[in-house]
Design a protein around this ligand. Sequence first.
Ligand code: EPZ
Length: 421
Amino acid sequence: MDRFVIEGGTPLEGTVSVSGAKNAALPAMAGALLTADGVVLRNVPRVRDIGTMRSLLDELGVDSSVTHEDFGNKVEIHARQLLSSEAPYELVKQMRASILVLGPLVARFGEAHVSMPGGCAIGARPVNLHLKGLERLGAAVSLDHGYIHAKAPRLQGGVFYFDTISVTGTENLMMAAVLADGETLLENAAREPEIQDLADLLIKMGASIEGSGTSRIRICGVPSLHGAEHSIIPDRIEAGTFLAAAGITRGHVVVERAEPRHMTAVIAKLVELGVRVESADGRIEAWGDGSLRAADAATQEYPGFPTDMQAQYMALATQAEGSSVITESIFENRYVHALELMRMGADIRVEGRRAVVRGKTPLSGAPVQASDLRASASLVLAGLAATGETTIDRAYHIDRGYERIEEKLAKAAARIRRVQV
Ligand code: EPZ
């Protein structure tokens, strides 16, 4: 098991290159199931979850290959036919996003058997809306021995309203609807850039989709889809994490290959905290000068401040003068990182969905435990700012969504290394 060892106190200085977005690449890989032709995805991040999705495709009998390119991997997927329509528990328990094969499998092959994804560190994370939506499109859905069984000779278009805005729920139903008979209207759909990116791929494959990126998506079913080539959008959360790293270390970082248009709320909140940020096309520059001041933040669905940046924001807020009130509106249990930050000297009071961060508190290095992906990223940020050594066990949590984070940060003068333990 790998561990990160960080010697804190060094201001970052340098350039980091953002990888493709994990949360865009995963639905795109599932979308390749919708055609018998080959689908080529570029700028795919070299992260653990992509490997898990490839294992799942392999389990289904779908060929895929990976080619290393200058920027990310090229992943070619060719779902000629299936050997199985089952996404097994062993894989789904590693990665909840496995649920994204449900819609495509039912749409193209008429059935799917996907292990129910359990909860995780950040909450119960039900998939009831995925299932309700599939039923709305004519699938017979049942649960048996921990598996979702969904069947439909052919899905029928329909209108589905999301009681709660769901990113993968929107993605799953959009993929189910593209081959359905008739028109589907998804109301109160998620608007994340990753959904727009998936729609762009599906449209290249011959789908008829309007309104992606808005809360109302209209899909006209077509008989079949063909192959396509698509480059994955940059990872806005990785980019935001690096900007926060500049702020917390009082350094200067140039983030290349980013998409500032996807990061309006993130940049606005970092600026409010006192990080200086300037962005041009494809690159964003951030400076931290140590004069951070408290600012409240509430996570919201896109285009609001993303829940996946909440933990990183909290780490930064520990270095701001004053009290910052953070409200986690999306998930019910996304403050695991607060306990570890407190062990490093932070002054944080968690009350349900709210956390009050009182700063500025000096952070001291400590042995801490990674848990969910973004909580672990916030511990890296705190370690970079702390005096002394911080060790972060279970580095695989970070590797799930960050491509060799220690190499990218070390290139920007961070004293961080990976050790085997
Ligand atoms: C996606 O998860 C992301 N994962 C998450 O990123 C991200 O935190 C989340 O969206 C919110 O932005 C991927 O895209 C692979 P949701 P998802 O369905 O789709 C409730 C990371 O770090 N809900 O938008 O699973 C749910 O409980 C991960 O990369 C239902 O009630 O999140 C939550 O409160 C972590 N019923 C809210 O909706 C459902 O059927 C939003 O969840 C579905 C969701």
